[in-house]
Design a binder for this molecule. Structure first.
Ligand code: E4P
Length: 218
């Protein structure tokens, strides 16, 4: 399973890279706004900086909601850097745009996916990645992980090659559960990724080893 960090913050991306297990980055317009990145030129420059820094799999989202606008924006984004993956919302125009991008060899990430039916459409259209938002489903007392498991089952049965990118991750446990049910990728906040490191018995065991070594070498 690949690990992407879900942020537009360069410092967080650098820290995630330093962990040594990072495979990519996802952003969205809300994450860009959080960083105060405003205006088309600034947005493009920021995507380029992230792509140069990470060198692979950087999702950059179109803002247009009509087919022609999505195609225009997506082509500009894809031409920015080879690491860019064009993120397209799960709408009628979005699915049509994904189909066109697929035929042009432009990689896509179909975002805002909340059902197996939507996952089926995105795979049929040729999406490279599919982003089901599990945390937002959990927030509504629905089972986000169950949706991931269902999509894994459908894609395996049907032989689809679209990668399942579990998004809207809220915790380290979400990451582990996504791995269990067969997600291809998780995109998560740095804190959830860092949470995987921690176990009190690791800390306790290491302290004991160091203490015994120090006593033995005093
Ligand atoms: C995915 O690509 C989205 O950027 C993200 O995971 C959304 O997560 P949220 O529900 O925490 O906003």
């Amino acid at each position: 399973m690949e690990f992407f960090v879900d942020t537009a913050n360069l410092d967080q991306i650098r820290k995630a890279m330093d962990l040594g297990v990072l495979d990519g980055v996802t952003t969205n317009p809300s994450l860009m706004a959080k960083e105060g990145i405003r205006g088309n030129d600034a947005v493009m420059e920021h995507y380029l900086n992230i792509a140069k820094m990470v060198g692979q799999n950087v999702s950059a989202e179109v803002i247009a909601t009509d087919y022609e606008g999505m195609i225009r924006e997506g082509q500009v984004l894809a031409a920015l850097h080879p690491a860019i993956v064009v993120k397209v919302p799960m709408t009628r125009d979005g699915i049509r745009a994904i189909h066109t991008f697929h035929s042009e060899g432009i990689r896509t990430n179909c975002t805002l996916v909340f059902s197996a039916g939507q996952a089926l459409l995105a795979a049929k259209a040729g999406a490279t990645y599919l982003s089901p938002f599990i945390g937002r489903l959990d927030d509504l007392n629905m089972d986000g992980l169950e949706l991931i498991a269902q999509i894994v089952q459908i894609y395996r049965t049907q032989g689809f090659t679209t990668k399942i990118l579990a998004a809207s991750i809220r915790s380290s446990l979400h990451i582990v559960r996504c791995a269990e049910v067969g997600a291809d990728v998780v995109t998560c906040p740095l804190s959830a990724m860092e949470g995987l490191f921690y176990h009190p018995l690791t800390d306790k065991g290491l302290a004991q080893f160091l203490e015994d070594h120090a006593r033995n070498n005093a």
